[in-house]
Design a binder for this molecule. Structure first.
Ligand code: F6P
Length: 491
């Protein structure tokens, strides 16, 4: 954090994302502050606190407008203000086209291999272009110099780097793509592939979670645009603009914000079991996701069911708690998915609940991060079974929560996190038997082995924390700028 401060000394930093870090809800005559279930927010918020700039985001809470001044700005976090949140308001129609439509029915399934067909509508695309321009205009208004540092987040804003570059040619634009990047054939079905790629190449630095996503991106650019790519330095040259494409595995804050504020792990476990009406020696598993078809929740439930079939003595001794925050529920695909998840939980409970101990407890509602952390600490095993995921920060959060060096992580091989957390039990979530056996192995793993694995994963998350993620991107951006300056002098 200190290093980040130093790197940014005197710089004007603007972050842009669709999701806001805090949203406000009206409950009767009270206004409540919440934090969204978002990996992006988990990662970027501590960076923003460290560099106190301006965060531009879409105002999404029912009472958000009640909390801003007349310039649509608010200082956050609400209890200890450290930076400025500038909200952009969208109409229902704009949100439908830009966010639900092009971003979430088009780009989201396009980039994730989860066997859901992308939908591309011209009307959605037009809103996407309009809203990207609206955010670009807001960034330009927020910038009080000609060369601000702008951190663009995610697939909602593929066009933004190009738009900002046009208005502020000297800006340092660091774009991070939080989801996977597919191969050129898959990406090629998007009718606006050239526009998206061109927009992204307005960035100084373009970051992905893994080298594999970078490779896919460079191959896509090579296939569909006229550019020069220098593979040794992973740099794309296009119309006088240089973009460095690099992998920056995202992470979380370290030390974790709850360290020292929550009761000891043992006590938390007792409390949670009591709250759930389960006996003190009961075994718990935890899954924490948005209710999203990429997260492999049905595959996880199928593995829990299979584990009970293979090891019937576990029925009545083990309960799997699934926290599933409602997400994008306006979309039919998401409604159908949520119904399927609820149906599965009911069916499995009908088979394997014993003496008041359910097989699965499905908590399909929003939980604040502090509450989620209590569950991490109470659970012997955390299951992350995404069918495809850029990184998956739940995996890292679970590890960070276990200061007792106990607990086992079962982790899908299709997450970015699996490239780093080698001591997890790595599974293919499409393989039900294998995942079920990993779950059983986790529940019966000796303490010394849990300790060994957890200790090593904790060291990795501690060393490669979110400040390092941001710091590396900023350092690389400084290098690219230097290189551009020298190239111009020579030219
Ligand atoms: O990681 C992809 C992402 O869109 C992030 O921006 C965010 O963390 C998460 O998914 C949540 O999605 P949404 O903002 O649509 O609720």
């Amino acid at each position: 954090r200190g290093l980040l401060h130093k790197q940014l000394a005197g710089e004007r930093v603007i972050v842009v994302s669709n999701r806001e870090p805090y949203f406000h809800l009206r409950k009767g005559d009270r206004v409540e502050v919440h934090r969204p279930a978002s990996g992006l927010v988990t990662a970027v918020e501590p960076v923003m606190r460290a560099c106190s700039g301006t965060w531009v985001a879409h105002g999404s809470g029912s009472a958000d407008r009640e909390t801003v001044d007349r310039h649509d700005r608010v200082r956050v976090p609400p209890d200890k203000p450290e930076y400025t949140l500038r909200r952009i308001w969208l109409t229902e129609e704009e949100e439908k086209g830009y966010y639900y439509g092009f971003a979430n029915e088009g780009l989201w399934p396009l980039c994730h291999i989860a066997h859901v067909r992308p939908v591309f509508r011209t009307s959605d695309w037009e809103q996407y272009v309009r809203i990207n321009q609206r955010f670009a205009d807001a960034v330009v208004r927020e910038a009080d110099s000609e060369d601000p540092v702008v951190l663009v987040q995610d697939y909602h804003f593929a066009l933004l780097p190009g738009m900002i570059r046009k208005a502020l040619p000297k800006a340092t634009i660091i774009t991070f793509w939080h989801i996977p990047w597919p191969n050129p054939e898959s990406f090629g079905i998007c009718p606006w592939r050239k526009e998206l790629l061109t927009g992204m190449l307005g960035s100084t630095i373009l970051g992905f979670h893994t080298p594999y996503h970078c490779k896919n991106f460079l191959e896509t650019v090579d296939r569909y645009l006229e550019t020069r790519i220098e593979h040794e330095s992973s740099t794309v040259f296009r119309r006088g603009q240089l973009t460095m494409v690099e992998s920056y595995p995202i992470s979380i804050q370290w030390p974790p914000p709850w360290q020292g504020t929550l009761p000891p792990v043992e006590q938390t476990r007792e409390e949670i079991l009591h709250e759930l009406g389960l006996p003190p020696d009961h075994l718990l598993g935890i899954g924490v996701d948005r209710m999203d078809y990429t997260k492999g929740i049905p595959e996880r439930f199928a593995a829990v069911e299979r584990m009970f079939e293979l090891h019937p003595e576990m029925a009545g001794r083990f309960t799997f708690v699934q926290i599933a925050a409602p997400s994008r529920s306006v979309l039919e695909e998401y409604q159908t998915f949520a119904n399927r998840v609820h149906g599965m939980a009911e069916r499995i409970n009908a088979r394997f609940a014993r003496n008041g101990s359910p097989a699965i407890i499905l908590k399909a509602e929003h939980h604040e991060p502090e509450e989620v952390n209590r569950y991490y600490r109470a659970a012997q095993v955390c299951m992350v079974t995404s069918l495809h995921d850029g990184m998956n920060l739940v995996a890292k959060e679970y590890v960070a929560a276990r200061e007792d060096e106990q607990g086992v992580l079962v982790l899908s091989q299709f997450t970015g996190a699996a490239h780093e957390l080698h001591e997890a039990l790595i599974v293919n979530p499409y393989h039900v038997e294998q995942t079920a056996e990993a779950l059983y192995q986790a529940l019966t793993m000796p303490e010394y082995e849990q300790k060994e694995r957890m200790r090593s994963m904790r060291a990795l998350v501690r060393d490669f924390n979110v400040y390092r993620w941001a710091g590396r991107m900023l350092l690389d951006a400084a290098r690219v700028r230097q290189r551009e300056r020298l190239a111009m002098r020579i030219g």
